[in-house]
Design a protein around this ligand. Structure first.
Ligand code: SF4
Ligand code: SF4
Length: 244
């Protein structure tokens, strides 16, 4: 089994995802696929992209839900999901080979593919379904926060961010250091009531979600408050859906 860092990493790099502005276009899915796991048919599936039984590793996926607000109005909410780079990552501690690990300097959770034997234990341990077995390579894959972009000094500073963040046309994805209270992502979490996904799992995810805001009924004054988180709000409901 593999150990987590003895002391909390000084940085906690992660994503803040705005469920209010995500339009479900899948640009983040495609750009992630293209950058991280693309093969010959990129950015399509790895196996049988044009035939039946398509399959392949997608490190970021977008789910769609029809949610009903307390005022009775319903709306479609798009919910992007990838690895949340948990502080207490069970995918790391179950790994028998040390392939899954959490970096001591920035908290990113990675898989060393040279050490991975494809046993799938980490996928069973992850409560978020964030791991993807690459069947053709026989190794587990997951979001790396595009570590080969964010530290790549050959790229322009504005391009040193995950591919999904760079491509999002709705600016619904934000990248930064959630351990720094003065970072833009920490300010967003404070101002918008950023939320841990399924906190009852005790994984302490780094990534945060910003809840959808309620929309004014036709003809009424604009409302700015968020849909309540729990227990009856959208995120409480989403927790229950994902836990089933
Ligand atoms: Fe591990 Fe899943 Fe948490 Fe990512 S979301 S760190 S794969 S437990
Ligand atoms: Fe949502 Fe942005 Fe992803 Fe499109 S690219 S699905 S808007 S998060």
């Amino acid at each position: 089994m593999t150990s987590l860092p003895d002391t909390p990493p000084p940085k906690r790099l992660g994503l803040v995802i705005d469920l209010d502005t995500c339009v479900g276009c899948h640009s983040c899915v495609i750009s992630c696929k293209e950058w991280n796991t693309s093969g010959y048919p990129a950015p399509l599936t790895d196996e049988n992209p044009y035939g039946p039984g398509q399959s392949g590793a997608f490190l970021n996926r977008v789910h769609s839900f029809e949610a009903k607000a307390p005022d009775g109005n319903s709306r479609t909410v798009y919910f992007p999901k990838s690895c949340l780079h948990c502080e207490d990552a069970p995918c790391v501690t179950v790994c028998p080979t040390g392939a899954s690990h959490k970096r001591t300097d920035d908290g990113i959770v990675l898989v060393d593919e040279e050490k991975c034997m494809g046993c799938g234990l980490c996928a069973w341990a992850c409560p978020y379904g964030a791991r993807e077995m690459d069947a053709s390579e026989g190794v587990m894959k997951k979001c790396t926060l595009c570590i080969d972009r964010i530290y790549n000094h050959a790229l322009a500073p504005e391009d040193r961010q995950p591919a999904c963040v760079a491509s999002c046309p709705a600016s619904a994805r934000h990248f930064g250091d959630l351990a720094d209270p003065d970072s833009a992502v920490s300010a967003l979490v404070r101002e918008r009531g950023g939320y841990d996904l399924m906190p009852e799992q005790g994984c302490r995810p780094t990534n945060k979600y910003l809840p959808p805001r309620s929309r004014p009924a036709a003809g009424s004054a604009p409302a700015e408050q968020a849909l309540p988180n729990a227990p009856g709000g959208f995120l409480g409901w989403l927790d229950r859906v994902l836990s089933d």
